[in-house]
Design a protein around this ligand. Structure first.
Ligand SMILES: Cc1ncc(COP(=O)(O)O)c(C=O)c1O
Length: 476
């Protein structure tokens, strides 16, 4: 029994090479597998449940069990036909970087312990500040587990900087299309329901500026403090970008913190054409970006950028006596002073290594490819008399429904038809294609941010959806 939990050098090599073989096999076989996994709790319990093992097991047996029974029973978010939610089109270099960071167990919290890890994070944050047009010298940020934690970190910071200790009169504004992680963050922070203003969107799913201005005016008349506007730069449902430039000038005038949740759409900054649509984002006080979405990184890596790095230290610095030796100087950043976590893994490494290896131009081309693909799909759907576009291709998201032109079905029937198409296509294993609800209609939603997805993949899925639609109609 090895109480040091160690393998010999040779055992480590053999084991590591086998893991790499499994990873390469995974990437190779990905398009030939189903992206969907519909196993039940009962099936998983009978396959996996066991009492904690006290005795060792053979390394190869454990690995075979994991690959054969665990990895194979998880949905494949990098699959070219995984269209739902926000796919995770990760890359191999990023995965290897995660293995390195994990094996070295690099502590990414303080300068003194890992100066190079801190420097890499500083460099990456500077690259992102520059991309998004925030001031590089004065600005700052940090990597987080994902967009949810980045939004939470932004809102804690906004609250601290704008309100100090007392936020009882503060109000926060966001649209009815803003991501749920923002409401979750506000709940965690103790904002009451009556401090959260959910502003309706217009017919194109952008926040209504008029309704927002009305809400702010009423709050001011009631001696409330308009604290923060959470704008969406790429809503999850439709990819819609709120009118950032107008929001920025309104927030400046009203002294409101502008947080832009660009967790979904942030990647569009890399596209020459889509970048224009993000105009105004450079005026934000804080921006959430999510590299594990449209920057093609493996989970987990989110990012918060802020206009002034001191806002983070003013919000998060604590000085317990056991950390006195790692305080460092002004320029040597301790990222534990910038956010929630003390112990942090070296998340920046995967982003750094994949950008250095592939070059940023490859990322730019991938984003443009994604945007073009969604536009081609929209064109195809518009050319058919079976499909109706509900929300056009926007930042690689498109929403549509099966609605044969000559039938004039009422909405209730169309809702049932489209729900049924989604259910059947998922159950068939062909694709992960789920529904959302837009303007009270059940619609199919495709998010096409995976550069592995081709027009042929989408055509195959749509042909199958159409066939399911026709069969369902004839059985109605
Ligand atoms: C707009 C938006 N914000 C925030 C999030 C939450 O990000 P994460 O899942 O990385 O926590 C998402 C996730 O889809 C999102 O689309």
């Amino acid at each position: 029994m090895d109480y040091k939990l160690e393998l010999t050098d040779q055992q480590m090599r053999d084991y590591g090479y086998k893991v790499v073989d499994h990873i390469v096999e995974h990437f190779d076989s990905l398009p030939h597998k189903s992206p969907v996994c519909l196993e039940t709790r009962e099936q998983m319990e009978s396959l996996l449940y066991e009492e904690v093992p006290l005795k060792p097991s053979d390394t190869e047996e454990v690995l075979a069990h994991v690959v054969g029974n665990i990895m194979s029973n998880c949905g494949l978010n990098s699959h070219p036909k995984s269209y739902s939610f926000v796919p995770g089109p990760s890359n191999f270099i990023g995965a290897m970087a995660d293995a390195l960071a994990s094996a070295f167990n690099t502590f990414s919290g303080s300068w003194m312990i890992s100066p190079a890890a801190a420097e890499v994070e500083i460099i990456m944050i500077n690259w992102l500040l520059e991309m998004f047009g925030l001031p590089v010298k004065k600005g700052g940020g940090l990597f987080t587990s994902g967009g949810s934690l980045a939004n939470l970190t932004a809102l804690v910071t906004a609250r601290r900087i704008k309100c100090g200790e007392d936020f009882s009169d503060a109000c926060v504004y966001l649209s009815d299309q803003a991501h749920s992680s923002n409401i979750k963050a506000l709940n965690i922070l103790g904002f009451k329901k009556q401090q959260i203003r959910i502003i309706p969107t217009d017919l194109e799913f952008q926040i209504s500026l008029n309704k927002l201005k009305n809400a702010i005016a009423i709050d001011k008349l009631n001696n409330r403090q308009p604290l923060c506007m959470i704008a969406s730069a790429g809503t999850t449902n439709t990819g819609t970008i709120d009118p950032l430039a107008q929001l920025a000038s309104m927030c400046k005038k009203e002294n409101i913190w502008l947080h832009v949740d660009a967790a979904y759409g942030g990647g569009a900054i890399l596209s020459k054409t889509a970048k224009q649509q993000l105009k105004g984002i450079e005026k934000a006080d804080s921006i959430t970006v999510d590299p594990h979405k449209w920057f093609y990184q493996p989970y987990e890596i989110g990012c918060l950028l802020v206009r002034d790095h001191r806002w983070l230290t003013q919000t998060f610095t604590e000085k317990p006596e056991y950390l006195r030796d790692v305080e460092g100087n002004q320029s040597e950043i301790n990222f534990f002073d910038h956010g929630v976590q003390l112990t942090r893994s070296f998340k920046a490494l995967k982003f750094y290594m994949s950008i250095k290896t592939f070059g940023l131009d490859a990322f730019k081309q991938a984003v443009d490819y994604n945007i073009d693909l969604a536009e081609k799909v929209e064109h195809k759907l518009r050319a058919s008399n079976k499909w109706e576009i509900i929300s056009p291709a926007t930042l690689a998201v498109i929403n549509f429904r099966y609605n044969p032109l000559d039938k004039n079905y009422p909405d209730a029937i169309l809702d049932r038809l489209n729900q049924s198409i989604s259910k059947q296509i998922i159950e068939s294993g062909e694709a992960l294609l789920t529904t959302t609800v837009l303007q009270n209609q059940v619609v199919l939603r495709m998010c096409l941010i995976n550069p592995r997805t081709t027009f042929e993949h989408v055509t195959e899925t749509l042909d199958m959806c159409e066939k399911i639609g026709e069969d369902t109609e004839s059985n109605m």
